[in-house]
Ligand binder design. Sequence first.
Ligand SMILES: NC(=O)N[C@@H](CC(=O)O)C(=O)O
Ligand SMILES: [Zn+2]
Ligand SMILES: [Zn+2]
Length: 431
Amino acid sequence: MENKLLQNGRIIGKDGEVTSADIRIRDGKVTEIGQALGEAGEDVVDLSGKLVIPGLIDLHIHLREPGFEAKETIATGSRAAARGGYTAVACMPNTKPVTDSTEVVRRIIETNEREGCGVRVLPIAAITRGSKGGELTDMSALKEAGAAAVSDDGVGVQSPQMMKAAMRLASSLDLTVTAHCEEEDLLVPGACVHAGTFAEEHGLPGIPGESEAIHVGRDILLAEDTGVHYHVCHISAEASVRLVREAKSRGQRVTAEVTPHHLLLCEEDIPGLDTHFKMNPPLRRKRDREVLVEALKDGTIDFIATDHAPHTAEEKAKGMKEAPFGIVGLETAFPLLYTKLVETGVLTLSELVEKMTRIPAECFGLPWGVLEEGRAADLAIIDLETKRKVEPAEFASKGKNTPFAGWELKGWPVMTLVEGRIIWQETEAKA
Ligand SMILES: NC(=O)N[C@@H](CC(=O)O)C(=O)O
Ligand SMILES: [Zn+2]
Ligand SMILES: [Zn+2]
């Protein structure tokens, strides 16, 4: 097991102030945090003033394995996660086959143990068989095999009857239902962007905000007397936020996540017919974006998840209507949010870090996400000074599909540790 002494780091204190500190790691755990700690036979790592935070936690990503290895594999996706400062990720079940059996859950865990770079990978299992909405999965067996939650992400569960049954079952097993909210009856064929100004200008069929909000509202009602922990995936519409806020004010066990792209972009930012701006849910109105930022700040939206959704360049070249939905996110999330929300004074550094570490961990009952004595030494080391451009060609992910190429950002991760072991480290010479 790992023994290390991390020297000259900077940590965020309980009051949010950044102070210098050394961190001692014994047997993969943080055992001491303090000033000028003496070395006692450990490997000494000089952090030369870099920020040390708990490893980031992303509870909504797509690793594509099994079945879509041209888009991403557990090896490349976990490497992308480590490069982004993530130490734990939860992967959605829209693989081939769908993660609706214990075999696939086990296979993901075993593949990660064998081929992953050391990031913790938590499989999310399907709610319904094949995510087809017709028949519930064996959630009890799936949980036993290691599923961290259930979701039919990629599609919404269309039948309220099915969703209610899923919630009852998930509740009895203490499994979180993490829902892709989309009412298909409100969709038109070929809908590819928000039903708003961009769609109108370009004569494209649009996806209305209500197709999301109607599921959020429906599910909140359905969840009410089941006691289930109901979680809203990639929340994007003002009305959805309003519904979550109302449910929380009544004390219902509802949580929500938001992506970096929905916090930073809206339909007005789509430069033209560029499929790197096509994702589900779509970039919505400026007003929606502003509401999401506010709701994240005030806690209505609990945490940030990237919805990392890699696709091949060939698939993304098919044009707005035909190309698949989705953009990558793991390798840009922290620098994007640090530069655009913390440096601009919208969130404090401490708020941003909590919404990417402690809060997601607590929402899903995971033991990570806090830097304190006694916890696993899952850490991200961040350089808050160096400015660098987003270079998709340098991504560890197979997916280069980002709308943020060329953005000049600060807050880049330089080292990631899981249980005290360095699983990734920036090696390039610094400019
Ligand atoms: N978000 C996306 O645009 N795409 C996701 C599916 C999903 O998260 O619903 C994908 O699997 O590609
Ligand atoms: Zn989804
Ligand atoms: Zn997703």
